[in-house]
Design a protein around this ligand. Sequence first.
Ligand code: CFM
Ligand code: HCA
Length: 543
Amino acid sequence: DGVLEGKDLEGVRRRLLEKYPPKVARKRDKQIVVNRVGEDGSVPVVMSNVRTVPGLISQRGCCYAGCKGVVLGPTRDIVNITHGPVGCGFYSWLTRRNQTDPDSSPDGHNFMTYCFTTDMQDEEIIFGGEKKLRLAIQEAYDNFKPKAIAVFSTCPVGLIGDDVHAVCREMKEKLGINVFGFSCEGYKGVSQSAGHHIANNGIFTHVVGTDDAVPEGDFKINLLGEYNIGGDAFEIERIFEACGLTLVATYSGNSSIEHFARSHTADLNLIMCHRSINYVAEMMETKFGLPWIKVNFIGAAATAKSLRKIAAYFDDPALSERVEAVIAAELPAVEAEAAAVRPRTEGKRAMLFVGGSRAHHYQELFAELGMKTLSAGYEFAHRDDYEGRRVLPDIKVDADSRNIQELEVHPDPERYRPRVDAQRAETLAAKGVDFADYAGMMPEMPAGALVIDDISHHETEKMIALFKPDIFCAGIKEKYVIQKHGIPLKQLHSYDYGGPYAGFKGAINFYQEIDRMVNSRVWGYLKAPWQKNPELAAKYAFE
Ligand code: CFM
Ligand code: HCA
């Protein structure tokens, strides 16, 4: 059965849990499951989006990281000020490798290379930090004259009770530009996920729909949940352009606040990373009638599939023709590279533990290399990301997945009516396009693979000892610890120093890098000669 054939999988689960105290083991037991896919696409339940047991070393980050670092971090023309100690700002300052092309906005603003922080000290903790925040906003305005300033709360802000929203309102009034704040204190929620939600609500409340100018273009799309890590968005933009699709806004890779402001005028929302941005998609659907579909541009086949899905949505022969021409022009080079690499990668085994979407999406690229995913899991995703909503008709949506605002429908519903009419829906169904494609990690993953939510360091070391995978994918905190076990680690967050990996050109980059990593002989030199040779070991032990 599946990828871990011959392994006693229940035994493996026991081995992962045996060192834990009974209460911890009972909790982790619900977050470690063997994947099975039923004929109807149903999969087992994985407990997720729950608090990490204190004492376990988790890969997770904080609410502030999800809000400031992830969702708003890639916005180049908003001055993003961290209200808090200097470290919070410093460690979320471009470490994610989100890139931008300032030439693509008319004013050329790019504040991403600056780290803005109030550098909170004891004095503010005792007497309050609002005064310093006010000064910071003023100073940023005086120096840069930005179109907008956003303020992000770190843990101490909530503890001392600074009212960042009141300060932002006051400064908005005074400066006459958009100034808005986020109550994304690090300790909120159980992971980055709470920060995504807070960011989504804030950007929707303060920016989306503030500019009604409809851009030119027949097929207008937004790309949601794509953050231009390692230049991914540039490659996707290249493909869209070749296909004749007009990109109104990307949330938030290579973005501009002006793009967000008019993004509600697009025809269709495409969702790459559902976890981090589904709230904006749902709010836009509720308020402006903008439908959304899931896409995946990680993997050449996935890219082609997603482009066909978009073309099918617009149901326009000229667009379909262009999309097919782009796929036909791009695929041969990708396939040639895959064929060249495959003899060296076929059958190798990978483990992927990342974030809330990549541990799923990157399985596509490994499959194109003939590699097997033995085990995978998210840091902070929710049940819908694992199981796919389609197979969860009665899922209880947890509080964090619900929109905190009750939305009003836009006053001019005619203008923002969904563009999918009944007839089009029928045509699409006849073409086999699945618009309710809510696929998640597990239905698309082989049976027998081990799914582990919020994997702990202890479980990581056990998995390595038990399976010795050919490659492990995670982040910077895991990288060197795992490489010391003689196993290469590919960072699927920052891509190490590489990328792009999205789209067609990205797939080629990925194939080449993974080939180099899994076939490098360097890992064989990790053990010193005396560790491999018992006689030498004995000799040195007595000298
Ligand atoms: Fe979405 Fe992301 Fe991810 Fe994410 Fe992240 Fe990221 Fe990630 Mo790091 S938005 S969930 S919060 S795809 S920063 S670009 S790599 S953990 S898998
Ligand atoms: C975050 C950002 C992060 C961290 C990556 C890592 C990213 O969660 O705060 O641990 O290497 O992608 O930069 O996920």
